[in-house]
Design a protein. Structure first.
Length: 502
């Protein structure tokens, strides 16, 4: 079959994945990326001696032979995925009560620790552990995202239900509730509610916690030794090895359409680049409402973008410090006794990441400490647009206040800081063009996670979408699979046989 061209918008993980599979299937692929480096929100940047990583927290691994491992092999990141190992998931500490628990892969220890700290909620604790073990036994953790649902047979959903039959009870009833709602109804102790909500996000369904803890217990999630940017660059290298081309600092303004077919892209500089197929792995709202100017949208899509909750944007502060943190948990969720005042917010929950698990982020004797919390897009974007000097001053003030909170838990750290960097929601938008400065797409509510979103638009040929806006819940494997699926769909529409290779 004659070689055809493909324009891919965005060099995040989904876009890079789409590029690799496009090249494997005879397309001549070119990725157009707004930023100057690959990865999208899987970002890292250097300040002095330190590498600040604002991207992937942990990665789901898979043993050789599993479908996910084959995906990593095909994309050139199998080595990074193979050497993962995470015994300690996170620590949750409440400053007011002084209670703290560390979550490890040892479920028996977790049950004992939680019962000791919250004995009145033993039934809910037992339910958490039993649900996790049932999830492990069910086979659900081994299910793959091998083919897009659009290309499956009519019987595919029934076959999937049969393969999940031992896990179906875990997805209904109270386990389908958001964790926050479940905790409000079934947990007495406010501290244990904080723990359950802090295991991932309060909005996810309870069964999602079973899945995370099950993966942890089986040793199938871990940390990236070289960080997010190296992971993205490995996939970029694979794409280039396959013959693909990436153009950076190339912001797509419009998707060109002729006769109800996508035929290329127009950049902000006015240049046009024709292509036989267009895949957008960019922000969903920007793709649909700006690049395509709101055309080809059905009522369901319009309603989704109007009413579905999105991931809240985040403010991230990185400190390069002249010290190490031996024995400290790599991640901590801290509920503050006295909230931080940040613009219109009173921030009571902060996340702390200590990059003490790898020498890749700082020289010997030094480490990176990171603080992150939900932030207000309107406040930070408005401040940056209206008063740049005040914006910088506010960033410095918040970094100083947050450092004072760290000092209470890591005495001496304030005097050991050598570099400080603050990334606001405006920063995220500036480098990614993600709507509202969000670092992911849809909030992973029970409804969103269980909804299959369309990746094509009725009435528009030659166009497919990939990325977190078409796979609610986000994460690395779904994003990578979404790039593959976008190419599979393109191949089916053009009657090409989809192939992969390592």
């Amino acid at each position: 079959m004659p070689e055809k061209s493909m324009a891919i918008i965005g060099a995040g993980l989904a876009g890079l994945s789409a590029g690799c599979y496009a090249q494997m299937n005879g397309y001549r692929a070119r990725i157009f990326e707004h930023h100057g480096q690959p990865g999208g929100v899987a970002a890292a940047w250097r300040r002095g001696d330190y590498l600040f990583d604002g991207g992937i927290h942990f990665l789901m691994g898979a043993p050789p032979g599993q479908p996910l491992f084959r995906l990593y092999e095909e994309l050139g990141v199998a080595d990074a995925a193979r050497h993962l190992g995470l015994d300690l998931y996170l620590n949750l500490t409440d400053e007011t009560s002084g209670r703290s628990v560390t979550v490890t892969r040892d479920l028996d220890r977790l049950a004992r620790d939680l019962r000791a700290l919250s004995p009145g909620d033993a039934p809910a604790i037992d339910e958490l552990i039993a649900g996790t073990r049932a999830m492990q036994r069910s086979g659900f953790l081994d299910l793959e995202m091998g083919r897009p649902r659009e290309l499956g047979s009519p019987l595919a959903p029934l076959r999937q239900l049969w393969s999940m039959r031992r896990a179906l009870r875990l997805f209904g009833g109270k386990f389908a509730l958001p964790v926050s709602e479940y905790a409000r109804r079934h947990v007495q102790d406010h501290w244990l509610r904080f723990v359950l909500e802090g295991l991932f996000m309060p909005e996810v369904p309870v069964w999602f916690l079973f899945m995370i803890l099950g993966l942890l217990a089986e040793g199938r999630i871990g940390l990236l030794e070289r960080g997010s940017l190296a992971f993205a660059r490995d996939i970029e290298a694979r794409f280039r090895e396959l013959g693909g081309e990436v153009t950076y600092h190339a912001t797509v303004a419009r998707i060109l359409v002729e006769g109800d077919r996508a035929v290329g892209v127009r950049l902000e500089d006015g240049s046009e680049h024709r292509a036989d197929v267009v895949i957008s792995a960019a922000d969903g709202r920007a793709t649909l409402f700006e690049m395509l100017e709101g055309r080809y949208l059905d009522a369901a899509t319009k309603e989704r973008y109007r009413s579905w909750p999105r991931i809240r944007p985040m403010l991230m502060i990185n400190y390069g410090v002249r010290r190490e943190f031996p024995g400290e948990p790599w991640e901590r969720i801290l509920r503050l006794a006295e909230p931080l005042a940040v613009g219109p917010q009173a921030v009571s929950l902060i996340g702390i990441r200590l990059f003490n698990y790898s020498a890749h982020f700082a020289p010997p004797g030094k480490r990176v400490a990171q603080v992150a919390f939900d932030a207000d897009w309107d406040y930070w974007h408005g401040l940056r647009e209206q008063d740049g000097a005040r914006y910088e001053a506010e960033k410095a003030r918040v970094a100083s206040d947050a450092l004072a909170r760290l000092e209470r838990h890591y005495p001496g750290i304030a005097a050991q800081v050598e570099e400080t960097d603050v990334a606001t929601p405006h920063t995220t938008w500036r480098y990614t063009r993600n709507y509202g400065g969000a670092y992911m797409g849809w909030m992973p509510t029970p409804k969103a996670i269980m909804t299959t979103l369309p990746r094509t638009l009725r009435g528009l040929d030659g166009f497919t979408m990939a990325g977190q806006w078409v796979v609610p819940g986000g994460g690395v494997p779904p994003s990578l699979y979404s790039g593959r699926h976008a190419v599979e769909i393109a191949c089916r529409l053009e009657r090409r046989r989809f192939t992969t290779r390592t």
